[in-house]
Design a binder for this molecule. Structure first.
Ligand code: CA
Length: 229
């Protein structure tokens, strides 16, 4: 079954680009040009995920989001807000009004695909494949296999979970503590330094096998996974 994504975007060039590329990625795509049209289309058919522009004619993205969250049948629809860079306060408000995630404009398509899949994997795992592909790295989260340039790579279990977490959330910066929570779990006592050790191991293997140094150290903040395509 192909996941159905509703793109709500008033800028024609952008909605056309998103429609074309999401279809190419195996999604079924609907397009709404303003907030009102979005609500009508959602009433007719519930999308698996909504990509919702912030600045829209008639009803803004926030108003659409609010209205869906108040609707008994529609309140669980996963929403990714598309926000212009610099709208820092808007971003926070966007999550306050119930968006599940936000992506800053201008965005790269691989990042938007990855975030969309990550959200679907959380909310509706049966409709997304288990394979995540980014650049020349491929990870099968069910079979627990990793390959780079189609060659299988062997990782320890912790390195595998780290990579899976990074590839599900590309472009995000994670502190050591956040990585500990996400990969080791909340109730296990591990020193933050341990994270550095495993990151070091993972980075070494990835780079040796031909990855394009995807793990970035963000000074005094932590680590992030960057896609270069
Ligand atoms: Ca707009």
């Amino acid at each position: 079954m192909r996941p159905y994504v509703l793109v709500v975007e008033d800028e024609d060039s952008l909605s056309t680009l998103l429609q074309y590329n999401f279809e190419k990625e195996g999604f079924e795509v609907g397009v709404a040009k303003d907030g009102e049209e979005a609500l009508i289309m959602i009433e007719e058919r519930t999308p698996d995920v909504v990509l919702l522009d912030w600045m829209l004619p008639k009803l803004s993205g926030i108003e659409v989001c609010r209205s869906l969250r108040r609707n008994k049948e529609k309140k669980k629809i996963p929403i990714i807000m598309l926000t212009a860079r610099g709208d820092e306060t808007d971003r926070i408000t966007g999550l306050d009004y119930g968006a599940d995630d936000y992506v800053l404009k201008p965005f790269s398509l691989p990042l938007l695909f990855a975030r969309t899949r990550a959200l679907l994997r959380r909310t509706n795992p049966s409709i997304v494949e288990e394979v995540i592909k980014m650049g020349n790295i491929e990870i099968d989260t069910k079979a627990l296999r990793v390959s780079i340039n189609k060659n299988q790579v062997h990782l320890g279990p912790t390195e595998f979970r780290l990579l899976e977490h990074f590839m599900s959330n590309p472009g995000r910066v994670y502190s050591r503590e956040q990585l500990l929570d996400a990969v080791w779990g909340r109730n296990i006592y591990v020193e933050a330094r341990t994270v550095d050790v495993h990151i070091g191991r993972l980075r070494k293997i990835l780079n040796e096998k031909g990855a394009n140094n995807p793990i970035r150290t963000v000074r005094s903040a932590g680590y992030s996974f960057e896609i270069s395509e």
